[in-house]
Design a protein around this ligand. Structure first.
Ligand code: CP
Length: 317
């Protein structure tokens, strides 16, 4: 039986994990798991015509392997068609972003955008009243990644309440969305970052407001203290897209934050290792850790597809 998702109205757009209620997140993860199971049915899957007759636009201002590929496949497997837009449109120079949205909503059902400022996706979402806008990564948040991370943790642990995850590294967009989704699932979050690279207070405060079942946030500068006894260790590249000029400085600052066998040994015996990818092996994580039996990084990558199919389906329903 296909998971029902008609109980309450889902948000028009998906710009942030904070756009979801606890109930939305629960329904989305259940539908994702159902779609993962149903995929073996191919064109006979119950969701195969969800986007029939619809187009979805993709606009990427930054490189992507996982996000672009999984959205393209998701749209096709839901029976829809894709429209690739030139990245320059997101600059808002040829015409204002509001006009871009008001054109697109006449032709396409949704816009998937990867860009720099979160303000841009918010502007497009506000202007396109009949356009579902999906944040495929901004400098501030990466909510689609967090959905796949949540499904991966659920697959490993079942009920996630009472678990603890440590994020080691830059308090960036991936850390922000991971913090939000983890607290919503009742997972306590430890974040270890060098001084000057911590998650901002406003991000931590906003995420804390959606925490459930006693989940909390603790910030550390010492990665060994952050991973002590945790169920999952997560890291990301030290210089995100757009920060390449700082890469040499960051390699020096972040060197003590490498996730290696020694750090993993301080965690729980059954710890899992997580990374959004791409990984810079030998920098934020060693090959021994990413290729170890604890690593679930390719489950996370696979789950991008299933969670994004569920997301598209719930947005357009
Ligand atoms: N994790 C992630 O978003 O991968 P891409 O940058 O390849 O899309």
């Amino acid at each position: 039986m296909t998971e029902s998702h008609a109980q309450t109205r889902f948000a028009k757009d998906f710009l942030s994990i904070l756009d979801l209620s606890w109930d939305d997140l629960e329904r989305l993860l259940r539908l994702s798991a159902q779609m993962k199971t149903d995929r073996r049915l191919g064109p006979k899957a119950p969701s195969a015509s969800t986007l029939a007759g619809m187009h979805v636009a993709l606009l990427f201002e930054k490189p992507s392997l996982r996000t672009r590929s999984t959205f393209e496949i998701a749209i096709r497997e839901l029976g829809g068609d894709t429209l690739h837009l030139p990245s320059s449109l997101a600059e808002g120079i040829r015409e204002p972003l509001q006009d871009v949205a008001r054109n697109l909503e006449r032709w396409v059902r949704a816009l998937i955008i990867r860009t720099f400022a979160q303000d841009k996706v918010a502007t497009l979402a506000a202007a396109g009243r009949d356009l579902h806008v999906i944040n495929a990564l901004t400098d501030e948040e990466h909510p689609c990644q967090a959905l796949a991370d949540a499904l991966t943790m659920r697959e490993r642990w079942g009920d996630c309440r009472g678990r603890t995850i440590a994020f080691i590294g830059d308090g960036n967009n991936v850390a922000t969305s991971l913090l939000q989704v983890s607290l919503m699932l009742g997972i306590t979050v430890h974040v270890a970052s060098p001084s000057g690279y911590e998650l901002p207070d406003n991000v931590v405060n906003a995420a804390t407001r959606v925490a459930r079942d006693g989940a909390t946030v603790a910030r550390f500068t010492d990665p060994a203290r952050a991973v002590d006894g945790v169920d999952a260790v997560y890291t990301d590249v030290w210089a995100s897209m757009g920060e390449e000029a700082e890469a040499a400085d960051r390699r020096r600052v972040f060197a003590p934050y490498q996730v290696n066998d020694r750090l993993m040994a301080a965690a729980h015996r059954d710890v899992i290792f997580m990374h959004c990818l791409p990984a810079h092996r030998g920098e934020e994580v060693t090959s021994q850790v990413i290729d170890s039996s604890a690593s679930v990084v390719f489950d996370q990558a696979e789950n991008r597809l299933h969670t994004q199919k569920a997301l598209l389906s719930m947005l357009v329903s």
